[in-house]
Design a protein around this ligand. Structure first.
Ligand SMILES: [Zn+2]
Ligand SMILES: [Zn+2]
Length: 164
């Protein structure tokens, strides 16, 4: 549930990439609304409050994980930031720190993120010995490694190092 909640905010972007090969945030109409909706801090905050009131553990984990994702996006997007408080306001916060853009401390922020990710995966692998958990962790690590190489290209070489 934590993994599903973590992916949810970017799901629209993944689906569109699968359908049309487009990877930027530029969108109009219904797609724009869907992207803003799934990246909305107030929406996930309300969902989390409802889940807590209902006492549904899986829903709490799901909503809290999605909320953590959009709050992290909020803190780590500079020029490519989104309106995270939609529909309350269209205000866009341009963070001084970006997780990839070297014009906004992206080099150390991205490296730090990589170290944190690796540390989390090691903790999970040591705590959970079940084969399926280890398989999921290794699959996530492979996907992350691919995007980390992409990050290294943009942050350090101004190159697009990616198969997509
Ligand atoms: Zn995101
Ligand atoms: Zn790229």
């Amino acid at each position: 549930m934590i993994g599903a909640g973590a992916i949810l905010p970017d799901l629209v972007l993944y689906l569109r990439y699968a359908a049309s090969g487009q990877i930027t945030d530029a969108a109009g109409g219904a797609l724009r609304v869907a992207i803003d909706l799934f990246n909305s801090v107030p929406l996930y905050a309300v969902a989390l409050a409802l889940a807590l009131m209902a006492g549904r553990r899986w829903l709490v984990l799901f909503a809290a994980s999605a909320l953590l994702h959009v709050l992290t996006d909020f803190a780590l997007h500079a020029d490519d930031a989104r309106a995270h408080f939609w529909p309350l306001t269209g205000w866009v916060f341009h963070s001084p720190v970006s997780f990839w853009d070297h014009a906004h401390h992206g080099r150390w922020a991205g490296l730090l993120e990589g170290v944190l990710f690796a540390a989390c995966m090691v903790v999970i692998l040591r705590r959970h010995r079940a084969v399926w958990v280890q398989a999921v962790v290794l699959a996530l690590t492979a996907i992350y490694a691919l995007s980390f190489v992409h990050f290294l290209g943009h942050a350090f070489a101004d190159r697009h190092w990616a198969p997509w």
